[in-house]
Design a protein around this ligand. Sequence first.
Ligand code: FAD
Ligand code: UDP
Length: 394
Amino acid sequence: MQADLVVVGSGLFGLTIAERAATELGLNVVVLDRRGHIGGNAYTEKEKATGIEVHVYGAHLFHTSNERVWAYVNQFTSFTNYVHRVFTRHNGEVFPMPINLGTINQFLHAALSPQEARDWVREQAGELAGTDPENLNDKGIQLIGRPLYEAFIKYYTGKQWQTDPKDLSASIIRRLPVRYTYDSRYFNDTHEGLPTEGYTAWFERMVDNPKIEVRLDTDFFAEGELGRARVLGQVPVVYTGPIDRYFDYAEGELKWRTLDFEKEVLPIEDFQGCAVMNYPDLDVDFTRIHEFRHFHPERDYTKDATVIMREYSRFAGRSDEPYYPVNTDEDRATLLRYRDRVKEEKTILFGGRLGSYKYYDMHMAIGSALTMFENKIKPHFVSGEAFVSGGVDA
Ligand code: FAD
Ligand code: UDP
């Protein structure tokens, strides 16, 4: 196929760009991925022995309050009415997470009212009460007070990031709601659910168009027909791999966290009674255990077996999959140097979690791809505007 546009990476950012460009503009799009499947980190597959849908790169829960994104994704899949609730196992007891009135009262063996709980947290937050700190440590203490921070956040964050929480952004902890009611939903968004027929069916529908060609096991940095040396400057490119890798780490390495997963099929119906159990204490090395059957209570899964997956976190080396941007001050300075380099590129746009070094959730990756399509790709192909005018989808 003669390509009008090459998309590097078939995660949700790349799939959205490819789908829009082919469907709305009728362009011939080639999507390449170095992995053997589409969907990026949101990819799932059925575990062979049990048929249970396993989230291969860690559990993915779809949630959004963005109506444009919600309308867009509903073209390709319907969603179940699954509502995510997480539990956390601290000192031999199981508490609801994120922190809510139930967590606080169980922690204190008390029956505080919402106002009494607020007053107690404010007292425990000490000098940080009423402030709006920018680092995770102080923000965590300000939000929930020291005792809850030390029980549920401090060591989990230590395992997840291995970085001084004073060097981590407060935005990481702001992902979690704190509620003075017994509402224990993990997310606050208007829409939430799991794709009824699974993530892979959703992604396949996005590329089910003769104008889209998907090439798997194809690395943009390898030699070959679709390698950088042959493509760049010939065809416009949207690149969703790591930004530092694209520039051969010339401005230094951005820090990423990667995960190791330990999957087990157990000959029992139910291991932990919920989809995700967090482990915030130091006596276990992993951060959480996923049990996939609980994501789809509506499915008729076998009662003879269940699939669990323990999640361990560590710094990513160059050959590991980068998952989470650590985003310290040093990383942000490095990123700015890469953004200057991006400005010199004329035929390639950078986007997605890896290409923009942002802790995007799925709906954010899709939303930012829709914006890139409207603001950059469409004007280029429809009105002949320059493909690149600023580079990273910031
Ligand atoms: P990715 O999904 O990372 O896709 C990038 C693709 O580019 C990959 O397939 C990669 O193989 C390919 N690629 C990279 N370099 C090259 C190259 N040189 N040549 C060819 N291909 C290349 N979001 C939620 O909304 N809810 C969740 O519950 C949730 N849980 C998550 C849990 C974990 C453990 C992780 C890591 C992420 C989670 N996310 C979640 C975020 C979600 O995975 C991302 O928002 C989404 O995957 C971003 O899509 P993307 O296309 O930007 O990146
Ligand atoms: N976190 C924590 N304890 C928990 C859950 C989360 O300390 O039980 C902190 C931790 O720093 C984590 C962040 O909150 O990285 C965001 O959690 P989330 O569950 O949103 O992370 P993700 O699902 O993206 O790994």
